[in-house]
Design a protein around this ligand. Structure first.
Ligand code: ADP
Ligand code: MG
Length: 341
């Protein structure tokens, strides 16, 4: 066979293979875009576990009419312009691939209005990327993106979707993770027209505690030790539960690096080490932790889905986290009768 350049649609579909694993991955990309656009209210509507409909509505800055087509094109981003920007990234997105990828494997409609515009515009793309329809629409300042019939043109992917309940479970878990990363944002999540979560912005320490209780259980919010510690420009804050109260059913393990949710090996290792031998086999750690460091000290461009980071000073960070957590755990006395609902 002779060498040929892939069509844009096929290139996008291949890229979608890396980023769009299931409906929850679409929700993640759309919500991260809303957060990058400065939204303070985000509504997520899901139908049939996301296989029928995923709709994300925000009150962010919106996309100008003349940029709608660009927003759907591959390698088009407003977030970085040069390699240097990648060295100190502060936005959640930067690859310029999500909307192009998602629109290549679904029927996507983007409706948006900026503050400067008197009217909104809508762009639709169905399983293609260069061929976008634009028409006037009604919408307040902000953006709505509707993703209908995910994977309708990639049957192999569609076959891997689990039941609606399982797929929605992944979405709900994702929204929990995101809601714990931005207390200042209000969130609404519905499934098949039913309101599943509604979280008002949590601006005071009490409201934050209430959000943690709503998302991680009352017991966690009540018994967890509060942490706030910094060292050489590295800051760690959040909550960690005393090992005596660490029951597997709590299922509360959330960690963030510069506001980005992570399943990070280094952090997990540091957490286990801080618990030490008190974390017996029947116990599962429970924590909500935020690590904040100079963005130049982390590389987020490790994986397309950005689940991982690389720390430049990994030893230093690891040891700081261990000692900060061990300190916090020492300060709460072991409680003999912790009641965990
Ligand atoms: P990236 O987030 O990596 O830039 P995306 O494909 O996710 O790439 O989005 C492309 C561009 O579309 C973004 O850079 C942004 O300018 C614009 N965009 C996408 N979603 C929104 C939104 N909800 N509000 C405002 N702008 C958006
Ligand atoms: Mg994005």
């Amino acid at each position: 066979m002779s060498i040929q350049i892939l069509s844009p649609q096929l290139a996008n579909q291949i890229a979608a293979g890396e980023v769009v694993e299931r409906p929850a991955s679409v929700v993640k990309e759309l919500v991260e875009n809303s957060l990058d656009a400065g939204a303070l209210h985000i509504e997520i509507d899901i139908e049939k576990g996301g296989s029928k409909l995923i709709r994300v509505r925000d009150n962010g800055s919106g996309i100008a009419e003349h940029e709608l087509v660009l927003a759907l094109s591959r390698h088009a981003t407003s977030k970085i312009t040069e390699l240097d920007d990648l060295e100190a990234i502060s936005s959640l997105g930067f690859r310029g691939e999500a909307l192009a990828s998602i629109s290549s494997v679904s029927r996507l409609t983007l409706t948006s209005r900026t503050e400067q515009q008197t009217a909104a515009w809508q762009a639709s793309a169905a399983g293609r990327d260069m061929d976008v329809d634009i028409r006037p629409a009604a919408h307040p300042v902000g953006t709505s993106i509707e993703v209908v019939d995910l994977f309708f043109n990639t049957p192999a992917r569609r076959k891997f979707l689990r039941t609606d309940k399982t797929e929605f479970g992944h979405i709900d878990e994702l929204i929990k993770r995101l809601a714990l990363s931005r207390y200042d944002v209000g969130w609404v999540l519905t499934h098949n027209g039913q309101r599943i979560r509604q979280l008002k912005p949590a601006l005071t320490p009490e409201q934050r505690q209430q959000r943690v209780a709503a998302l991680c259980s009352k017991a966690f919010a009540e018994y967890a030790a509060e942490i706030e510690n910094s060292y050489q420009g590295i800051k760690l804050w959040g909550w960690i539960l005393h090992p005596d109260a660490c029951q597997p059913q709590l299922n509360c393990q959330y960690s963030y690096v510069n506001g980005r949710m992570m399943r990070d090996k280094l952090l997990n290792h540091a957490i286990r080490q801080a618990y030490g031998e008190r974390l017996t086999d029947d116990k599962v750690p429970a924590f909500v932790l935020y690590l904040e460091i100079d963005p130049r000290q982390v590389d987020v461009n490790v994986h397309p889905a950005k689940h991982e980071v690389r720390f430049h000073q990994s030893r230093l960070i690891h040891d700081f986290v261990v000692s900060a957590l061990a300190d916090a755990l020492r300060q709460i006395a072991p409680q003999e009768q912790l009641i965990v609902e």
